[in-house]
Write a new protein. Structure first.
Length: 86
């Protein structure tokens, strides 16, 4: 690594024997923090402004993503079984 470069943790960093995609789903706290930060940013920019609307939509996407994650992981586990990877 070059001087001055920093390493960044990835979404796949995990402890123990968790599979990378399982570790990714444990990022609820990070998604919640991003969602809150985005909602705060949208409020600061003003809900009626184009920038505020874009940031609010991004916050809504993170909220949607969090809600969909459990079902998506259930679908993935079923798919893994069908593929013989389980």
């Amino acid at each position: 690594m070059a001087a001055g470069q920093r390493t960044r943790p990835t979404a796949f960093a995990s402890s123990g024997s968790a599979r990378p995609h399982e570790a990714f789903t444990r990022r609820d706290q990070v998604l919640s923090l991003w969602e809150k930060t985005l909602r705060d940013g949208a409020a600061a920019l003003g809900a009626g402004s184009p920038a505020g609307a874009r940031v609010a939509e991004t916050a809504a996407f993170f909220e949607f993503l969090q809600g969909e994650m459990p079902a998506m992981m259930d679908h993935w586990r079923n798919h893994r079984e069908k593929l013989g990877l389980g």
